[in-house]
Design a protein around this ligand. Structure first.
Ligand code: HEC
Ligand code: HEC
Length: 200
């Protein structure tokens, strides 16, 4: 016992220090609770409030990138400003790990399927090849947000902001892609994405 105790303890210390260096969902959870992110984004990361995106199952990199953009006031969201302010990079990574770990869910007020809109949205997403970046089931990856099951009002607003060059991301990909889309096109795309399951 005494002979194996020391290496075991050393091994645990290495584990503990590597965990402290990397993103840690449990720390992200505690911080999200302390900063009351759930008041708007939902305690389980599924937003029940119009205009607020769900963060459950969002790729961690999206959460990290968007929080940095908001902290640096590159993406201007007045509602978020006091909550993004002062977060350290390490805290932001913990938050990313926490939201990514949550299972996806659907808002309680999701509109029933409108078959015409859904078909139009399906055709537009094929044409726009949205699945190439956001993945064919729209669960997102790396810095490309999850769209499946997202709030329809939020998706519509985000798409309109990109098209009208009101939301400046890390690059201009989305703005370029949506050039020439009508309001009805964007509404159909939002409806379609809101009704994808994406692994949920
Ligand atoms: C007062 C309500 C409110 C609170 C509290 C709040 N948020 Fe937000 N958050 C919003 C709104 C509204 C948006 C989207 C705004 C827009 O794009 O117009 C947003 C957007 C985001 C996004 C971008 C998601 C995406 O898909 O682009 C992230 C990430 C985020 N919030 C994380 C957090 C975290 C982490 C906290 C807690 C530290 C938090 N928010 C607290 C309202 C809030
Ligand atoms: C070339 C890759 C690419 C393609 C194709 C693409 N997107 Fe995106 N999309 C992105 C990236 C990257 C972001 C994050 C932009 C940023 O803020 O930096 C994004 C962001 C978004 C957002 C914002 C989501 C949020 O949570 O804030 C929506 C909505 C969206 N895309 C919808 C679409 C739709 C609909 C299509 C097809 C018409 C599409 N995208 C095609 C790369 C792509």
């Amino acid at each position: 016992m005494r002979r194996t105790g020391a290496p075991l303890l050393a091994g645990l210390l290495v584990l503990a220090s590597s965990a402290a260096a990397g993103p840690e969902p449990a720390r992200g959870k505690a911080l999200a609770e302390a900063r009351q992110c759930g008041a708007c984004h939902g305690a389980d990361g599924v937003a029940q409030t119009a205009g607020v995106p769900s963060l459950a199952a969002m790729p961690g990199q999206v959460v990290v990138l968007q929080l940095i953009l908001m902290r640096e006031k590159l993406r201007q969201v007045p509602a978020m400003a006091p909550f993004a302010e002062g977060l350290t990079d390490a805290e932001i990574e913990d938050l990313g790990a926490w939201f990514e770990s949550l299972p996806p869910g659907l808002p309680a007020d999701r509109a029933p399927v409108d078959a015409t809109k859904l078909a139009a949205g399906a055709a537009l997403s094929q044409k726009g090849r949205c699945g190439i970046c956001h993945l064919p089931d729209y669960r997102g990856r790396e810095q490309m947000p999850r769209l499946a099951g997202q709030r329809e009002d939020y998706l519509r607003q985000a798409l309109t902001q990109f098209r009208d060059s009101q939301r400046i991301g890390t690059d201009t990909q989305m703005t370029g892609l949506l050039h020439g889309y009508s309001d009805a096109d964007l509404a159909a795309l939002a409806h379609y994405m809101a009704h994808r399951d994406g692994g949920s």
